[in-house]
Write a protein that binds this ligand. Structure first.
Ligand SMILES: O=C(O)CCC(=O)C(=O)O
Ligand SMILES: [Fe+2]
Length: 514
């Protein structure tokens, strides 16, 4: 059928000159003419190779914090980008949302037939790829890896390195309205430490219409898209990767565990001092245990005695607490209080959370064996989720002198096999047979988060989260904790306390029992 239509159209057209194209709809994208200049190409290749900066009106290269470049006017000629923008905005976009990002992504652009999208694909993966191969001296393959992203108000993509087998150069072409740093949505580049872990943002690229950013994908190419802060502005981009021969990577860094300690020997008096008496009643403890065993979680309202809670809240407002940001940003970003100089009431509160009496009470609340006196009546089949499998803990009493000892682990780089050891807690010789806990006083406010990451140890623990200062919290502020079952890759919901959350809203506190 289409042959007939083609024949009819051919008859309607005037005689064509041999070899001349007839399809008026063919659209061509043309690269910035400066990129065709041999001298610029050679200067760029020399700078890239020597890890030196280059500043030219058509191209900027910078090796800090990792090799990247910006081409401020990537496509030349009027009209092309408007046509491209129109085609892109009419694609179907899918909401992408988990702990790492929130934005909208189009269908794969690999096979789209729209004229401007096809033309862009051609210019990127033919002409520009050749230019980039010459500059970076990497044999880039024609593999097409291309999609379109839309970041709107409150969208963001947190710190990551882009590393995936075969990806060598990342690129992003921006199609944005006039954009300021204060609009958010900057492409932030991180410095790294000696373990290739990201430290802090040292450069922010503000997107602009028709600018293309590119960078080498490497163990240190940590970057983020900061949260878009202006309502009604759309940060549209086309991005992808040029693939090439894989390069050897250093083993992933495994960070040291936070110090853990066994209980501190305080008897039940401390419970009467701190806890709302309703929770000390044996019947309510039995009820709590029933609900916990059913749901693996329980919310205990008004847990502390009112007067103690007030004292803790007041102390948290004091200026003499030293809060330090805890990273690295590809894993977490929140403030942690230094324990050395906490106000007395907070020190005492920490001691209460680490007390022997509380270990025993938590055993009663949960049915987990967090104390040698706790009965071990729970199911011997492994329990799912975060409930500790108490059958893996021996019932040996912590020896005198062992209390409050900190079990810290090696801060040096270790391999995966060490990581695996943590999962094998069945070993009776293992020091984890004595229940231990770790606690932090955390301050959560706007743009704080934690991320699920590859190197997270798989172990059984009871999380205890005690919150202060978050009365009248609204789910819209974020800041919730989500759990995913082991080996499940189902996306999480966005748990960051975003910038749109009201200033001054924060929550405090966590303690974890293993
Ligand atoms: O849009 C940007 O500036 C960067 C996007 C990015 O990092 C990614 O998609 O992996
Ligand atoms: Fe990225």
């Amino acid at each position: 059928m289409s042959g007939g239509r083609r024949g009819l159209r051919a008859r309607d057209l005037p005689d064509k000159e041999p070899g001349k194209k007839r399809d008026k709809r063919e659209v061509r994208g043309t690269l910035s003419s400066a990129l065709g200049e041999q001298a610029l190409k050679e200067a760029a290749a020399a700078a890239w190779g020597r890890r030196e900066p280059l500043s030219h009106e058509a191209l900027a290269l910078d090796p800090v914090p990792f090799c990247h470049g910006v081409i401020p006017s990537f496509i030349q000629g009027p009209g092309f980008l408007d046509g491209l923008q129109k085609e892109l905005l009419s694609l179907d976009f899918h909401e992408k949302c988990n702990d790492l990002y929130k934005f909208k992504q189009s269908d794969d652009l690999k096979k789209r037939k729209e004229p401007h999208i096809s033309a862009l694909r051609k210019v990127l993966f033919e002409e520009f790829r050749e230019w980039l191969s010459a500059v970076t001296q990497v044999e880039l393959e024609p593999t097409i890896d291309l999609s379109c992203a839309k970041y709107e108000y409150t969208d963001a993509l947190l710190c990551h390195d882009d590393e995936l087998e075969g990806r060598r150069i990342a690129f992003i072409l921006y199609l944005v309205p006039p954009w300021e740093k204060s609009d958010g949505g900057t492409l932030d580049l991180y410095s790294t430490d000696s373990h290739f872990q990201p430290q802090q943002v040292v450069k922010s690229l503000v997107p602009s219409w028709n600018s293309l950013a590119f960078f080498e994908v490497s163990p240190v190419s940590f970057h983020q898209v900061s949260e878009v802060l202006t309502e009604g502005k759309c940060r549209l981009s086309v991005s992808g990767w040029f693939h090439g021969p894989s390069v050897a990577r250093p083993p992933r860094y495994i960070e040291s565990l936070l110090p853990r300690s066994p209980h501190i020997p305080y008897d039940h008096e401390i419970l009467y001092e701190w806890i709302n008496p309703v929770y000390l009643d044996m019947d309510s403890q039995a009820q709590i245990q029933e609900e916990f065993e059913e749901r693996s979680e329980i919310l205990l309202k008004n847990f502390l005695k009112e007067e103690k809670f007030q004292l803790v809240c007041e102390a948290l407002q004091k200026e003499d607490i030293t809060w330090r940001t805890r990273g690295p940003p590809n894993k977490r970003c929140y403030k942690k209080a230094e324990e050395g100089n906490l106000p007395d009431v907070l020190m005492n509160c920490f001691e209460f959370f680490r007390s022997e009496a509380l270990f025993l009470l938590l055993s009663n609340f949960t049915g987990l064996k967090l104390h040698f006196l706790a009965s071990s009546d729970e199911n011997e089949e492994g329990e799912e989720g975060r409930a500790a499998d108490s059958t893996r803990h021996s019932s040996s009493k912590p020896k005198q002198g062992e209390t409050n000892q900190e079990a810290s682990s090696d801060a040096d780089q270790v391999d995966q096999s060490k990581n695996d050891l943590h999962a094998e807690e069945g070993d009776a010789e293992n020091s984890s047979s004595v229940p231990v806990c770790m606690g932090e006083l955390r301050h959560w406010t706007t743009s704080h988060y934690t991320l699920v990451h590859d190197m997270q140890t798989a172990e059984f623990a009871l999380d205890l989260l005690f919150f202060c200062g978050c009365e009248d919290w609204d789910a819209e502020y974020g800041g919730f904790t989500s759990y995913i079952a082991k080996a499940e890759d189902e996306e999480l919901t966005w748990g960051t306390v975003g910038k749109k959350a009201l200033q001054g809203i924060c929550s405090y506190g966590i303690c974890s029992f293993v």
